[in-house]
Design a protein around this ligand. Structure first.
Ligand SMILES: [Zn+2]
Ligand SMILES: [Zn+2]
Length: 424
């Protein structure tokens, strides 16, 4: 019975190995065979963070995935192994590893790999002893149109990166030797003579190795032994329709890197750009001048005196995505200056930051409204014939209705001059 169980266990274990081994390394990293080293790194950067067990506690699948990703990266990022893998597949790589001087087996701890890549102890910030680097904030100004439609943005962030060439060791040949001055302690004791025969001992950081205790034999030519380089890193973010201005997009562990710490977070703050007339024709929508307040949009529409007064007009306001919002009045429908029309649902799209509410408020998940404010423009130039005709028309109707301008003005009628007494 015991033996049977054991055999079964072995069979299951073998099966598991076979299943693991058939998963394609390129597939695991989501890249194709032509992927560059950079692509491989990028894929590992993203996936290893996503499936790191620290981020997925008690999730056995994520853990397995994390190990798989590390394995795939280990092979595909080493050009000799990648060549073997491309030609002979998993078996080839295994053979090669077994034949290696390391004595076979998989010598790579996925956490080790992770920490070599990101710096730190192989875990995220809360791992004991791991220091965390500073967070980094960048601002991205976008036109309102992008907040309405959503968009992928790509930008370069100038930041400190672990030197690819030496993998953050600072050494050209990865050879690190113990500092000969401090014997690896990082500290040296200096004697100061205070008086003849009287010494004071002071312990201070070793100046030869900078307190590291270790020294690089041949400094890496790319980073000059600094272990890090400054460079622009292409970053992309997706702006979801309806996101608010001031939204903070957090890219975990994407701030300045260093072998001495776990990188802090890169935070992209979304700003709204001042509207400007579209530089290119297709960007030219009336909506350039929409104003936003929360979920709602505001728009000023000009009407001529005739339109405001007599009605019978239609307008198509081009919205931020190019669709038209039709406004109209029938003959005889008056629009008062500064009156506001509400177009329900034509404001900003609804956007949820992913919070789940226990109680659902009415209209909470609906788009905002569009408020049209009417501005009436009076004609200040008329052909003289037209002006005369209008004036005559007023005169005719004033006399007919008997309008007394003074009485109708609503102001108090002044007393005759002789009855007027000066209050002083
Ligand atoms: Zn370097
Ligand atoms: Zn030293």
């Amino acid at each position: 019975m015991y033996l049977q169980r054991l055999l079964l266990a072995i069979a299951v274990a073998l099966f598991a190995v076979v299943v693991l081994a058939t998963e394609d390394y390129y597939k695991i990293l989501g890249i194709d065979k032509t992927a560059s080293d950079k692509d491989v790194k990028r894929a590992y950067r993203t996936l290893s963070k996503k499936f790191h067990p620290d981020k997925n506690p008690n999730d056995e699948n994520a853990r397995e995935k994390f190990v798989e990703i590390a394995d795939a990266y280990d092979v595909l990022s080493t050009s000799s192994l990648r060549k073997i893998y491309d030609q002979y597949g998993h078996d080839g790589v295994e053979q090669h590893r077994k034949g290696g001087s390391a004595g076979g087996g998989r010598g790579n701890d996925p956490f080790d790999l992770f920490s070599r890549f990101f710096g730190g102890g192989g875990h995220f910030g809360h791992a004991p002893g791991a220091r965390r680097g500073p967070d980094m904030e960048v601002r991205a100004a976008l036109p309102l149109r992008d907040f309405y439609n959503g968009r992928e943005i790509n930008f370069l962030v100038e930041k400190q990166q672990i030197c690819d060439s030496c993998e953050g060791t600072g050494s050209k040949d990865r050879e690190v030797v113990t500092c000969d001055r401090c014997s690896g302690r990082g500290m040296v004791i200096q004697k100061h003579m205070l008086a003849p025969g009287m010494f004071q001992q002071v312990q201070m950081a070793c100046d030869k190795c900078g307190g590291q205790g270790k020294q690089v034999k041949n400094p890496c030519p790319v980073c000059a032994g600094q272990r890090v380089v400054k460079k622009g890193v292409e970053t992309s973010a997706s702006i979801e329709p309806g996101m608010g201005k001031g939204t903070r997009l957090v890219f975990e562990n994407e701030a300045d890197e260093s072998p001495d710490w776990v990188a802090g977070d890169l935070i992209v703050v979304l700003d709204e750009q001042e509207p400007e007339l579209g530089a290119s024709e297709e960007e030219r929508t009336d909506g350039t001048f929409f104003r936003r307040k929360g979920k709602d949009l505001f728009w000023k529409e000009m009407l001529s005196l005739r339109e405001a007064w007599m009605g019978e007009w239609t307008r198509n306001v081009t919205h931020l995505d190019g669709h038209a919002v039709a406004l109209s009045r029938k003959r005889g429908e008056v629009v008062q200056p500064f009156s506001v029309e509400t177009v329900v649902g034509e404001g900003m799209p609804f956007y949820s930051e992913g919070h789940l509410h226990d109680h659902h408020e009415e209209g909470e998940d609906e788009p905002g409204n569009l408020y049209i404010e009417y501005v009436v423009v009076l004609p200040d130039q008329m052909e003289s014939g037209m002006e005369k005709e209008f004036f005559a028309l007023w005169e005719k109707w004033r006399k007919k209705i008997g309008v007394d301008l003074r009485a109708d003005s609503g102001r108090p009628v002044p007393l005759p001059a002789d009855e007027h007494k000066d209050e002083l």
